[in-house]
Ligand binder design. Sequence first.
Ligand code: 9D3
Length: 264
Amino acid sequence: MRVRVLTIFPELFEPFLSTSLIGKAREKDLLDVRVFDLRQFTEDRHRSVDDEPYGGGGGMVMTAPPWIRAVRMVAEGGNPWRVLLSPQGARLDDARVRELAARAAESGIVLLCGRYEGIDERVRQTVVDEEISIGDYVLSGGELPAMVLIEALSRQVPGVVGLADSVANDSFRGGLLDYPHYTRPPVVEGLAVPAVLTSGDHAAIRRWRESEALRATRAKRPDLLERPEVAAALTREQRRELEKGAGREETERLPAQPALVKSR
Ligand code: 9D3
C-alpha cells in the first residue's frame, strides 16, 4: 500500500512510522509511506504557507498554491485517492476504513494535513477527493488524524497483522465489544480470575466469552446491538440472553482464599 503525506510538521511522523506494526510493515515492503514537507513546494524566499483571511477575522489560512503543486507532484503521474483530514470531514469508522483501504491498495492515497484556522477552499475544490474527520473534538491539525488513518489502513493490508490477531478480529466476533481478559497473577487486589477460565473446559470458556462480550456491549455500547449486521451475527445463546431482558450484573468475584488459588 502506497501512502503519501503532506504536512508542515514531517518530523511528527518519524517515530510513529518506525515503531511496532507500522515499522515492521514498512520493513516487509507491505507499506510504502513517504512524508513530504509542504514548504518544499513553496516558491517564495520565506517558504510561507499561510496568509491572512480574505474578509478579515482572526487567525491565518493555509494558501492554496503550495498544496496544489504538492498534490500534483506526489501523485507522480498516477491517480491516487486524495484525502483531506479536516474537522468538516465525514467521521472515520470501520466501514470507511475498509473502503479507503481498498482505494489505497488500488491507487495509493495522499493525505493532506492542515494546520492554522483552515485551508483555502480552492484546495478542496481542485485536489481533494474526500474529507475525513476522526471525531467531534478540536485538535491542532490533521497530523494525528493522518497517523490514526495510516494505522487503521495498514491493519487492512494482508500480512501486516498476525494470524492470532485476525482470528480475534471484529468481523469474527460479529461487531460486539471484546470479552474481559485475564493473565497472571491469579489474584489482584483480592480479585480472582473467573474460575471457568482455569477449568480447562474449552466449550464452557467459549460460552462464557460470548456471554461476556454481549454483557459488555449491552452495558457500554447498547447502540451497537441496534446495527442489523451485529444483530444478525448473534449466536442462538446470545439472542436467548437478550430476550431474557435486563442485563446480568458483572460477575462478583469474592476474595480468593490463598489456599484455593491454583498455581498453573
Ligand atoms: C478552533 C478552531 N476551529 C474554529 C471553529 C476550527 C478548527 C480549525 C482547524 C478546528 C480544528 C482545526 C484543526 N483540526 C484538524 O485539522 C482536524 C481534525 C480535528 O480537529 N478533529 C478531528 N478530526 C480532525 S481531522 C483534521
